[in-house]
Design a protein around this ligand. Structure first.
Ligand code: G3H
Ligand code: 13P
Ligand code: NA
Ligand code: ZN
Length: 343
């Protein structure tokens, strides 16, 4: 079934796992991602960005997408998720990634998204709270979940560039949840977007712990989201460059760092760049050996990256959770009923 994000977040909170959230940029990737998650009996979070909604609306100059284009694109991707996901045995969420204003969020919801992010992190705190609260009101009235963001990730985010991270203040995070009623919050604790994150990035896990402790103390519900969490596998970079590419100074977040962050309380982990890297490699390879053909390289990329993540992480986190815990009885019987009910 296609569901909102909230029940899945409640499950991650209750059973202390994290769910991978993967960006899709084409209908073929929607189908492939649902197939892989079914194979692993995992719930799925598929994410479309504003930009993806723009070009899914059929524009080639997608940077100039109008609201109407975004709406059409949102509907295209949501229709695909419903087509392949409605009768699926695993729960599937379609989430807007980095929605940048109320109109974009509205376009996504009207198009059929079941969850949205409003990224007001570049606004002054009070304006971020106000905007997020407004989105929550509109979204929750329609059964749609909401992710907000507090803090600034180093690098490029939402068209804003920053040299350094401004880490999320734990007390502000609690205040933000209380005032906005958002379901989850993207935090800044050392991750960054893109393929050049630095060498040996160490995450500030104590920030995650501090936020969680403050929330527990104030009895506030909310899941924490780790953006910019691609591992940027070196072998894929090497393959791209061996096929004529020129991608330098790459660095991702180590699997070991992400595992520790999950143990500290991260509940959702966003991945986009790893999929783009695999698509890039596949395209270069395909055209090298098939100069007269045309094809989409996106399906194999989804299979490769998602299977790799499944193997790298403990089966109870990242990409297996719910269905396996239910099927293999890792959790108490009455809890199983509660999880199934969530779905
Ligand atoms: O989060 C926003 C974008 O999806 C990230 O794009 O993978 O090129 O950094 P990127
Ligand atoms: P990466 O660039 O590390 O894949 O992060 C993706 C992301 O945060 C999408 O919102
Ligand atoms: Na930010
Ligand atoms: Zn992000």
């Amino acid at each position: 079934p296609v569901i909102p994000l909230r029940p899945l977040l409640e499950a991650t909170e209750k059973y202390q796992f994290a769910q991978g959230a993967f960006n899709v940029n084409a209908v073929a990737q929607v189908k492939a991602a649902i197939e892989v998650h079914e194979m692993f009996r995992s719930a799925a979070i598929l994410q479309g960005a504003d930009l993806a909604n723009g070009f899914m609306g059929g524009r080639t100059d997608f940077f100039n997408s109008t609201l109407e284009d975004k709406k059409a694109g949102a509907k295209n991707i949501a229709d695909a998720v419903r087509k392949y996901g409605e009768n699926s045995p695993v729960p599937i969420v379609l989430h807007l990634d980095h929605g940048k204003d109320f109109e974009s969020v509205k376009a996504a919801i009207d198009g059929g998204y079941t969850s949205v992010m409003i990224d007001g992190s570049s606004l002054p705190y009070d304006e971020n709270v106000e905007l997020t609260r407004e989105v929550v009101k509109y979204a929750h009235a329609r059964g749609v979940s909401v992710e907000g963001e507090l803090g600034v990730l180093a690098g490029v985010e939402d068209h804003v560039f920053s040299d350094a991270s401004t880490y999320t203040n734990p007390l502000s995070a609690v205040d933000f949840f209380k005032k906005t009623q958002a379901d989850c919050l993207a935090i800044s604790y050392g991750t960054m977007h893109g393929a050049v994150k630095g060498k040996d990035v160490k995450l500030r896990k104590e920030i995650v712990i501090a936020i969680k402790e403050c929330m527990k103390h104030e009895r506030v519900f909310g899941a924490l989201v780790s953006h910019g969490s691609s591992t940027v596998p070196k072998y894929i970079v090497d393959e791209i460059n061996a096929l004529g590419g020129d991608i330098q100074n790459t660095g991702g977040i180590a699997v070991s760092e992400l595992k520790k962050a999950i143990d500290c309380g991260i509940g959702k982990i966003n991945v986009d760049t790893d999929l783009r890297m695999a698509v890039t490699r596949n395209l270069r390879e395909f055209f090298k050996y098939n100069p007269s053909k045309r094809d989409s390289a996106s399906i194999g990329a989804v299979y490769q990256i998602l299977e790799e993540k499944k193997n790298q992480f403990d089966p109870r986190v990242f990409i297996t959770p719910i269905m396996d815990t239910v099927m293999y009885g890792n959790i108490p019987d009455d809890d199983v009923a509660a999880v199934v009910e969530c779905m």
